[in-house]
Design a protein around this ligand. Structure first.
Ligand SMILES: *Cc1c(COP(=O)(O)O)cnc(C)c1O
Length: 507
C-alpha cells in the first residue's frame, strides 16, 4: 500500500515512511491510495475475535510493509488488559434499546486518544528501522488537552524519540494540566503556551513548515515528526473500534451482519469521525455518520451549508477537547470525497489559510450530506443531557459524550431515523468531574472543592471506581514549568534539544 499527499505534489511513500514523516512535504496529509475492502463474511467473523485480533485484521491491509509478527507485537504491547482495565479494550454499554455507548476511555489517560497513541510509538519505532533512519525523532504535539497526555504517556522512554507537547495554558482542565506537568520520562517536555489550541497548533505547523529550522535540526541529528491526529499512524488504529463495535453488536445479537447502523461522534479535529468514514468505505454497513460539535460549531455549519468559515469567535466550552476552529483531518475527507482532487483541496486550503474560509461546490456538498449529518449543543444543554441520562439510566456521561447524546436526540427528532446507533464516548466522566457533578449533584456539591477532591465525590455518587492514573495525581511533583508566547515556540524547541541559535546553518 502506498500513501500520497492530499495536496498532490509529493511522490507516494510506504506506510512506514508516511508514519515517520507525519505530514507530507507539500503540507498535505498522507492518504492510502486504496481502501482495503471487507465483505460481510469477514466482518461477521470478527465477532468471534478478540480486540487485538480484530486490530491486526484491519492494520495488515494498510501497513503491509510491516510483517504480521511486527503488527502483532505492536498490538499486544498497546492493547493490554492491564493498561485498559478491561480485555475488551473498547467495550459497548447498552444505554437504551437501540442505542449503545462505545467506551473508548479505558486506557491509561482516561480519554479516547489512548486508542491511537498507545500504538503509534510502536509503529514509529519500527518505521524508523524500516526506513534506515539514523536521526533521533522529535515528536511535536499541539494539544487541546487529551492528546498531550496520551502522547507523553505513549512515547515516554521510547528509545530513539523525544517528545515536546505544547498546551494552551488556560484551555485545559486542572486534571489535564496536572496530568501533563507531572509526566515522568527522560525524553518528555510539556510546555504551556499563552494562547488557545489553534495558536498552539498553528505554532507547531509553523515549525514543521520552516525549512531553516528543519535544516538546523538535521545538522544536530534530529528529525521532526507528528503525533497529532494528522499522522496516518493515529488514524488507522481508530478504524479498528468501528469494526469492533459492529462485531460486538453481531455477537450480542443486536444486529444481523449487513444491517446498517449509525455512529454519533463528538468531533473536534475530525480524526475520530474520519476513521468512521474510512470504516464505511471499507465495507462496514453504516447508514449515517452524525457529527456532533459544541458551540464551536464550524463543522455543523460546513456540513449544512458547504461553507467552512473559521472567522468567528473562539469559545471556551465545557467540552474543551472539541474547542477547535480548524479541523485538520477534514482535508482528508475533502480529498476522498472529490475523487482525489488535490487541485481543489489545495485551492480550498489556501483560501482557509489566506482568508479563513472556503466554500465547496454543490456536488461535493451533496456527497458530504449524503453521508454526514451535523448538529451542535451548547454548555447548558450539555449539562442537562448529563443530568437526564443519569436520572433515566444511572449512567454517567462526560461532557464530550453528552454533546454527542444531545446532538443524536436532535438528529432523531429532525429525521425520525431510528436506525440502531452507536454513540462514541471519548472521555471518562472522572476527567471532567466538576461539570459532571454540577449536572448530576448540583452546584452545592462542587462548591469550594478542587477537581481532585471531586474525584471521590463522583465515585461515591456514581458507584464507579476512580481510574487509577487519576487517583493520586494532585500529590505528584510538578516536573514541567515552562511557559511561552506562541511566537517563541521555536525557541523552546531549540532549548529543549539544546541547540544554540547562533550555530550557522549550512548553505
Ligand atoms: C480529541 C477529543 C475529541 C475530538 O476528537 P477528534 O478526533 O479531534 O475529532 C473528542 N472528545 C475528547 C474527549 C477528545 O479527547
Amino acid at each position: 500500500m502506498l500513501y500520497r499527499s492530499t495536496r498532490g505534489s509529493c511522490r507516494s511513500v510506504s506506510a512506514a515512511e508516511a508514519i515517520k514523516r507525519g505530514i507530507a512535504a507539500d503540507g498535505g496529509l498522507f492518504v492510502p491510495e486504496k481502501t482495503v475492502q471487507f465483505n460481510l463474511e469477514q466482518i461477521a467473523l470478527m465477532s468471534e475475535m478478540s480486540y487485538q485480533e480484530r486490530a491486526v485484521k484491519i492494520l495488515e491491509g494498510y501497513l503491509d510493509d510491516y510483517t504480521n509478527e511486527e503488527l502483532l507485537e505492536c498490538v499486544n504491547k498497546a492493547y493490554t488488559a492491564e493498561k485498559f482495565e478491561t480485555n475488551d479494550i473498547a467495550p459497548l454499554h447498552k444505554l437504551y434499546d437501540s442505542v449503545n455507548i462505545l467506551e473508548l476511555w479505558h486506557g491509561p489517560t482516561s480519554a479516547f486518544k489512548d486508542m491511537a497513541l498507545q500504538i503509534l510509538p510502536h509503529f514509529l519505532v519500527k518505521a524508523l528501522k524500516k526506513t534506515g533512519e539514523k536521526e533521533e525523532i522529535v515528536i511535536l504535539v499541539a494539544t487541546s488537552g487529551d492528546t498531550g497526555k496520551a502522547a507523553l504517556e505513549g512515547f515516554k522512554d521510547v528509545i530513539g524519540t523525544k517528545i515536546i507537547v505544547f498546551f494552551p495554558s488556560e484551555g485545559v482542565s486542572q486534571v489535564q494540566k496536572m496530568q501533563m506537568v507531572t509526566q515522568e520520562g527522560s525524553n518528555v517536555y510539556a510546555i504551556a503556551v499563552d494562547g488557545n489550541f489553534d495558536d498552539a497548533q498553528n505554532g507547531v505547523k509553523r515549525i514543521f513548515g520552516d525549512e531553516d529550522v528543519t535544516a538546523l535540526m538535521e545538522e544536530h541529528g534530529y528529525k521532526f515528526s507528528s503525533a497529532n491526529s494528522i499522522n496516518w499512524g493515529r488514524l488507522v488504529p481508530q478504524i479498528v473500534y468501528y469494526f469492533s463495535a459492529y462485531a460486538d453488536m453481531i455477537k450480542n445479537g443486536e444486529i444481523k451482519a449487513g444491517e446498517k447502523i449509525n455512529f454519533v461522534v463528538p468531533t473536534g479535529n475530525f480524526g475520530n469521525i474520519l476513521a468512521a468514514y474510512y470504516a464505511m468505505q471499507m465495507g462496514l454497513p453504516v447508514n449515517k455518520l452524525i457529527c456532533a460539535s459544541n458551540d464551536n460549531n464550524v463543522l455543523t455549519d460546513f456540513i449544512n451549508t458547504g461553507e467552512y468559515n473559521k472567522n468567528r469567535e473562539f469559545k471556551k466550552t465545557l467540552s474543551p477537547s472539541m474547542d477547535i476552529l480548524i479541523s485538520s483531518n477534514l482535508e482528508r475527507l475533502l480529498y476522498l470525497i472529490t475523487g482525489d482532487n488535490a487541485e481543489k483541496v489545495c485551492e480550498w486550503m489556501n483560501q482557509l489559510k489566506n482568508v479563513g474560509s472556503y466554500s465547496v461546490d454543490q456536488d461535493t456538498k451533496k456527497k458530504i450530506q449524503s453521508i454526514f449529518w451535523a448538529g451542535y449543543t451548547n454548555d447548558s444543554d450539555t449539562l442537562k443531557t448529563i443530568e437526564s441520562v443519569y436520572q433515566e439510566t444511572g449512567y454517567v456521561l462526560d461532557t464530550h459524550t453528552a454533546v454527542a447524546v444531545d446532538v443524536y436526540d436532535k438528529y432523531v427528532i429532525s429525521t425520525s431515523d431510528v436506525t440502531k446507533a452507536v454513540i462514541v464516548s471519548t472521555a471518562s466522566p472522572f476527567k471532567f468531574n466538576d461539570s459532571v457533578l454540577k449536572a448530576i449533584a448540583g452546584e452545592e456539591a462542587i462548591k469550594g472543592k478542587t477537581e481532585f477532591e471531586l474525584l471521590s465525590v463522583l465515585s461515591e455518587k456514581s458507584g464507579l471506581k476512580i481510574p487509577a492514573p487519576l487517583k493520586e495525581l494532585d500529590k505528584k511533583p510538578v516536573l514541567h514549568k515552562e511557559f511561552c508566547e506562541p511566537i517563541n515556540m521555536i525557541g523552546k524547541v531549540k532549548e529543549a534539544l539544546k541547540i544554540q541559535e547562533n550555530i550557522k546553518t549550512a548553505k
